[in-house]
Design a protein around this ligand. Sequence first.
Ligand SMILES: Nc1nc2c(ncn2[C@@H]2O[C@H](COP(=O)(O)OP(=O)(O)OP(=O)(O)O)[C@@H](O)[C@H]2O)c(=O)[nH]1
Ligand SMILES: [Mg+2]
Length: 264
Amino acid sequence: MNQKIQQLKEALPKIKQELEEHPPTIGLIGVSGVGKSSTINRLFKTNLVTSDTVACTKEFEQKDIELTLTNNTLKNSPVQLRVIDAPGLGEDINLDPKYIQMYKENLGKCDVIIWVLTARNRAIALDQRYLQELEEFHSKIVFGLNQIDLVEPLNWKIEYNIPSEEQNKNIEVILQDRRDKLFGVIKKNIKLIDYSSKTGYKLEELFATIIDSCPEERTWIFNGLKSFSYKDYTPKVVLDALEKRNSEKVSNGKSWLDSFNRFN
Ligand SMILES: Nc1nc2c(ncn2[C@@H]2O[C@H](COP(=O)(O)OP(=O)(O)OP(=O)(O)O)[C@@H](O)[C@H]2O)c(=O)[nH]1
Ligand SMILES: [Mg+2]
């Protein structure tokens, strides 16, 4: 037993060094405006600049984040994570060659890559083309289908923070369509998680998928990131509203939707 403790003591500085030099690293990529920066902001409480109107992120932006776990056994332990936000592809035909080159340089550093799509855009030829160019990274890619709160008929159940039945049916159709089309390029079944960075819906599942997708030799590093609950990702205003709904009957959803929109 003493010998084991001794071995562990000797290994600790090496573990620390490895974590400092190569912290768990996640990259978010995809075409312009799908919500890459918004997803990072919501997941990790960063304040990357986003835009409602024009292409926004122009350079690769690396954020070192210290996450404080809020539940389970590791409560209050700090965990290091590196997140890389990428400029959107497809913004301008003149910029694409430069961006593809930058993508190739940066994606090598990532353990896991989230390729963000938006549920609002059914044309994914651009994604398919870029995926072909970035073939060497296919094994690291997990796909996220963002903005599902904007799926028709736009009647998100705000009082529960979930899609309506009609939206759910449409989301299923969209997921199947994107899976088929991406399969055509990737040539194997893909991981595709539908979520909404705006409402925080299913961000927990997206994060769990990131953790599960880390390379085997780095599992020990990612394991430290496991103890999150959905509450860590859900906007406070949504949590407050859900709590309020539990304690009193909401007669008019508008009031808290208003505050939700202000918050965003
Ligand atoms: N309704 C809704 N809007 C979203 C969601 N995620 C992002 N947005 C909006 O989508 C727009 C683009 O978001 P960004 O995060 O700037 O997108 P991006 O992919 O980083 O864009 P580039 O940096 O230009 O590539 C902003 O208006 C966001 O508020 C979502 O889940 N639902
Ligand atoms: Mg951006």
